[in-house]
Design a protein around this ligand. Structure first.
Ligand code: ATP
Length: 642
């Protein structure tokens, strides 16, 4: 390893702590006031014995139903008890009841929402149907039944309210999870072999926090108002302990003669409900600006509940053997058809072609990470003698991370913005090695050193937004290496980086390959990258493999007019000052592929034979193949080099 990088920490543009607080104060003064009010309320509740001028239960029959006075600032109730003291002592039970409802609401709503959104399929369908049913149940009737069974206990009423409110939260959390699960960093974690429960609890949960907190604040307000309504109706009994609800209940009995008694607890409840509402609005405003780097839709493509692992082609020396792979979307529109190629242990194969030719879909099919509406519906993806397509989700899970790793183009999008680099590495290392905390850190440092990152203490403590794109890609490579994979699939890993960093990353991949012996399947548009790093190239056009060959042969003597035209149009290989030929026309989109040769409409050498029927891959030489039926003629005519 020759390249060494030092830390390039950009000034933090966002983060936790004082910066967040300053932003909140500037943009959400009402939210800060609401938090301040709630903190004061909790303190007043805790300090009630010191603050209250009277014992809340002390009756003074000489001051029954007196209005506000110097002795009783907020007056006294029908038993002569001081209203201010009861209000202060009432804070704790009111908030405890609210918290009880909130805990039940969150404990049921969040896990089921995340589970439904993340796992999808029958789990999602079951949870969603139950939630819909529960939302249709009239809450007040259930709560009244619970109160009848549990001797008018306010706690039981609050538990019931939490249960009845949870389905609404489940729906919200599910919706957020559906978006988060498609984010690249979740795909990256899945490919690294991180277990689903860890992804749900570590990555998805954090991203749902904003909407969940908004729902929680609104629900807290509702539960407080609900307590008051139940007490007003006289269906709950709080014993002798004062609570705001009980005060409302007492006041309601003398509402015609002494309406003032309703005012102190009514205002306390109204302000507190308002504070919860304002808090919810502020959280929503603050969190709505969070990055939502939805870069690629991903989902499990196979749903076979009992995977059958089939051993095939044990004699082939290919580490990855893709044969006749078909990928289609929606009602059956083919995106990739009959893709066939191999990657041998330790070699680098480039998947080349213009945008929209199916390179990424092929790679995602190999990883078992096709988008939700896209599926592999034919062919084989044999990795290390196991057919992954036939094996289904279990087979894919078994090879991801330790067998096949993935490096995406969007280096920063592949990292969870709420986790430090150290936390990413720790998580992935934990999936592959059982190590103590100290050894895990040592392994993380080792991996960072492997990708030539020094100053490891600072790198480990940094958040993704604090490092440069090049460093982020090195971190992704380190994460990919954590499982000691035998094949790394890199989808345009340098495209988003500037030119000097691109060269460094390519050099790093080459060095790592020499050190570890891993194979690389590299997706790229760039012939310079192919020439630089690849041993063999597989050229794709309109969802088909049209040519494959070793790179030297391909550059010297392409055997498909499309490859020849792409190479001729490549600025890297053009003589200086020469005018670059262009390739007219566009790749036909899926659904409008012509029969016969799909390149025919753009080919300068087309004849009737080209469009007469399907063209198979025709072997040319020992290790090359082309889909051009006229290959021999074109070589003879000089249209393709000898
Ligand atoms: N989720 C999807 N549903 C349906 N069609 C899709 C989906 N994603 C991609 N496609 C289509 O599949 C075809 C192949 O796309 P793919 O991303 O594999 O091409 P590519 O060669 O990798 O292009 P690029 O270099 O731009 O990434 C394209 O026509 C694209 O529009």
């Amino acid at each position: 390893m020759t390249t060494t990088l030092t830390m390039d920490v950009r000034p933090a543009s966002s983060g936790a702590g004082p910066h967040w607080l300053r932003r909140a104060l500037r943009h959400q003064p009402l939210g800060v006031a609401a938090v301040g009010y709630l903190i004061l309320l909790v303190l007043a509740g805790l300090l009630a014995p010191a603050l209250a001028p009277y014992d809340p239960q002390a009756q003074d029959l000489t001051t029954v139903l007196s209005g506000p006075s110097a002795a009783h600032w907020l007056g006294s109730d029908s038993l002569g008890r001081d209203v201010l003291s009861r209000l202060l002592y009432g804070i704790d039970p009111s908030l405890v009841n609210t918290v009880t409802a909130l805990v039940v609401f969150l404990a049921l709503g969040v896990p089921f929402g995340i589970l439904a959104g993340y796992r999808g399929g029958w789990i999602d369908a079951t949870i969603s149907r139950i939630a819909e049913l529960a939302l249709g149940i009239p809450a007040i009737i259930i709560v009244l039944v619970v109160l009848a069974v549990f001797s008018s206990s306010p706690t039981a009423a609050m538990v019931a309210l939490g249960v009845l409110g949870a389905p609404g939260l489940t729906r919200v959390t599910r919706g957020v999870t559906l978006v988060v699960r498609e984010e690249l960093f979740v795909t990256a974690a899945r490919v690294a072999g991180v277990r689903p429960w860890r992804i749900m609890s570590g990555h998805v949960l954090r991203r749902t926090l904003g909407p969940v907190l908004v729902q929680a604040s609104v629900f807290a307000g509702i539960s407080l108002a609900f307590q008051a309504a139940l007490a007003f109706l006289g269906v709950t009994s709080g014993g002798d302990r004062p609570s705001w609800g009980a005060m409302i209940g007492d006041a309601s009995t003398v509402i015609t003669t002494n309406p003032w008694l309703l005012v102190p607890p009514g205002l306390a409840i109204a302000f507190t409900v308002l504070a919860f509402g304002v808090l919810g609005d502020s959280i929503r405003d603050l969190t709505s600006g969070e990055p939502a780097t939805v870069t690629r839709r991903t989902a499990k493509q196979a749903r076979d509940p009992k995977p059958k692992l089939s051993i095939v082609d044990a004699t082939s020396d290919a580490l990855l053997n893709v044969r006749g792979l078909n990928v289609s979307a929606g009602a059956g529109t083919a995106l990739v058809s009959d893709a066939t190629f191999q990657v041998r242990a330790g070699e680098t194969v480039a998947l080349v072609g213009e945008s929209g030719c199916g390179k990424t879909m092929t790679a995602l099919a190999v990883l078992g990470l096709l988008p939700a509406a896209v599926r592999a519906d034919g062919g084989e993806v044999i990795f290390d003698s196991t057919d992954l397509v036939a094996g289904g989700p279990k087979a894919y899970r078994a090879v991801r991370g330790s067998g096949i790793a993935y490096i995406a183009q969007d280096a920063l999008g592949s990292l969870d913005p709420t986790h430090t680099i150290g936390s990413h590495l720790k998580e992935v290392i934990g999936c592959h090695d059982r190590l103590s905390a100290r050894d895990t850190r040592a392994r993380a440092v080792e991996l960072l050193n492997q990708v030539n990152l020094t100053d490891t203490d600072r790198v480990l403590a940094s958040y993704p937004h604090e490092i440069s794109g090049g460093m982020a890609q090195r971190v992704n490579i380190a994460l990919a290496l954590a499982g000691r994979p035998r094949l790394v699939i890199a989808d345009e890993p340098t495209t988003a980086l500037d030119v000097t960093v691109q060269a460094e990353i390519l050099r790093l991949l080459r060095e790592l390959q020499e050190d570890t012996g891993m194979a690389i399947l590299l997706i790229t548009h760039d012939w310079g990258v192919v020439a630089d790093i690849a041993d063999r190239a597989v050229v794709m056009y309109a969802g088909e493999v049209v040519e494959q060959s070793d790179v030297d042969t391909l550059f010297r003597a392409p055997r498909f007019p499309y490859s020849a035209a792409l190479l001729a149009a490549d600025p890297n290989s053009a003589p200086e000052g020469a005018r670059l030929p262009t390739l007219p026309g566009r790749v036909p989109p899926p659904g409008s592929w012509p029969s016969g040769c799909r390149f025919a409409a753009r080919c300068a050498h087309v004849r009737d034979v080209c469009t007469a029927g399907e063209v198979p891959l025709i072997p040319v030489g020992a290790h090359a193949a082309t889909r051009c039926v006229r290959v021999d003629d074109l070589v003879q005519e000089g249209a393709l080099p000898q």
